[in-house]
Design a protein around this ligand. Structure first.
Ligand code: ADP
Ligand code: MG
Length: 263
């Protein structure tokens, strides 16, 4: 096995007194495509914020390529790992094209402006995400789904080694859900970009992710291949519902709630 690109070692995390993650350990290998799933409040966003370096874990808890996040050069870490939040708001009236170009900022030194190469990279990220048509619009003047694609374009423009995305598809219609997941899959397969994303849609998670981490109340309940993790009894226990589960030939699952049994 390679050295993990990211390692969380036995980490307990609390925002205030009460821990919301309990002794979490997780290795992410370079080139993995990992889905983090689990009910609302199970800790998905918190883990992703730790992985993305947005929240800080204690010393020795979180390593990037074997070195503590706390001892990393901030700029190097910002180039290597990008975190795409679930909610997007901008206090300033930036244009869409400016938001995407911001993805290049970790590559610029103080007082330098983006060069031609940066502009080309941002342009191609916008092409991929079909966001060019509103490049000149204000970020606050586009829809939630369009914002999501713009922010992902910015993350692509950053050309990170690891992309961490918090429910990247939840604001998108089915066409753009598939489009974004396919873009991530291509980056993963062609550029060996490591992808860790939180997802609610268990069918899409089983179709796109090669590994799933199922959280329950701040603990890792299951961690493995989608067919191991997405078992009827696991889902019923963690989500506290009764379901019908159908496994397709490609290993993906279709899950529907047994509505008669929801209390
Ligand atoms: P998920 O993304 O799986 O819905 P979160 O990681 O957002 O879960 O939340 C896990 C737990 O942490 C929840 O109980 C939530 O209420 C709590 N939590 C999340 N953010 C904060 C915060 N900023 N301050 C205090 N508690 C928080
Ligand atoms: Mg969340």
């Amino acid at each position: 096995m390679n050295q993990p690109i990211i390692k969380i070692c036995d980490t307990t995390f609390s925002y205030d007194q009460k821990p919301v993650l309990h002794s979490i350990s997780m290795d992410v290998q370079p080139g993995e495509f990992v889905g983090v799933i689990g009910p609302n409040g199970s800790g998905k966003s918190t883990i992703l914020k730790l992985l993305g370096g947005v929240l800080s874990a204690g010393p020795g808890n979180l390593l990037f390529k074997g070195v503590d996040y706390l001892n990393q050069n901030r700029k190097h870490l910002a180039r290597s790992i990008t975190w795409v939040p679930q909610e997007h708001s901008m206090a300033f009236p930036f244009k869409v094209s400016e938001i995407v170009l911001m993805g290049r900022h970790p590559y610029l030194s103080a007082f330098t402006f983006e060069g031609e190469e940066d502009i080309e990279i941002a342009h191609s990220a916008m092409e991929r995400t079909q966001t060019l048509q509103f490049a000149q619009r204000g970020f606050n003047e586009i829809s939630g789904g369009e914002k999501q694609r713009v922010v992902i374009a910015g993350a692509i423009a950053q050309e990170p080694e690891v992309m961490i995305l918090d429910e990247p598809t939840s604001a998108l219609d089915i066409k753009y859900q598939i489009q974004i997941l396919n873009i991530l899959k291509q980056l993963n397969e062609n550029k060996n970009m490591t992808v860790v994303l939180a997802m609610h849609d268990l069918h899409l998670a089983s179709k796109f992710c090669r590994r799933l981490v199922l959280l329950n109340e701040g603990e890792v309940f299951q961690d493995g291949a989608p067919e191991e993790v997405l078992q009827k009894d696991h889902i019923e226990k963690v989500y506290d519902i009764r379901i019908h589960l159908v496994r397709n030939q490609d290993g993906s699952v279709m899950i529907s709630p047994d509505t008669l049994c929801i209390q």
